[in-house]
Design a protein around this ligand. Structure first.
Ligand code: DGI
Ligand code: FE
Ligand code: FE
Ligand code: FE
Length: 187
């Protein structure tokens, strides 16, 4: 696609080779998952390519952006892990002229998930977690679930991310808890 060709160099110059290679692996995984789960591979590719676009911006620049663009000010007490998806969606629109609201939402939610997630949101959330470069205990189970049952893969990722964050005793972003309550808690 033409759009992909336009974006690749713009994305690459924002990040280290290591992160760019992660982005390409997320794209590969997102396209595969999209095909299995009846999601547009074009939207999956685009969202994957821009999902970590803001990840290497300096903290001061991100804080300034949050203060001046009417974003939720409680964001400031978190940090890059929580900022980069939200700002990534904003900056991809402003700087890369990506306009598809579905793609931008998938980028915005890719770290925390949300109570309501479209199939595209789920594909990006999960593809980031199970791309072939990821190595952690349980990644193979998560990968298998990603192809078999996307919703269960979202639940698995949410539960294990939360366990990991709690073990580290770091703050939990409210949206991460909302995702847990919606996707993990048995009803
Ligand atoms: O950007 P990536 O490293 O590819 O992956 P990501 O955007 O999915 O996650 C970035 C980090 O954010 C990851 O280490 C887990 C962390 N994270 C997810 N939810 C929360 C969180 N960190 C905090 N402090 N609070 C959260 O609620
Ligand atoms: Fe990310
Ligand atoms: Fe993720
Ligand atoms: Fe990522």
């Amino acid at each position: 696609e033409q759009e992909r060709k336009r974006l690749l160099p713009l994305i690459q110059k924002e990040m280290s080779d290591k992160r760019f290679n992660h982005v390409l692996r997320v794209e590969e995984m997102a396209i595969q998952l999209a095909k299995v789960h009846d999601v547009s591979p074009v939207q999956a590719s685009l969202a994957a390519l821009i999902h970590d676009y803001a990840k290497e911006r300096p903290d001061e620049e991100m804080i300034h952006y949050i203060k001046t663009h009417g974003l939720d000010q409680s964001l400031i007490s978190f940090g890059n892990p929580i900022w980069h998806g939200i700002l990534g969606a904003c900056l991809a629109k402003e700087e890369l002229s990506v306009t598809d609201p579905m793609v931008l939402q998938a980028v915005r939610l890719h770290t925390t998930g949300a109570k309501e997630m479209t199939d595209l949101d789920q594909v990006i959330y999960v593809a980031d977690y199970v791309e072939l470069g990821r190595q952690f205990e349980g990644v193979e189970e998560a990968r298998e679930l990603a192809f078999k049952d996307l919703k269960q893969a979202v639940a698995y990722e949410t539960k294990h991310t939360l366990l990991y964050l709690i073990q580290k005793e770091v703050s939990i972003y409210p949206k991460t808890l909302e995702t847990y309550n919606q996707w993990v808690v048995k009803k």
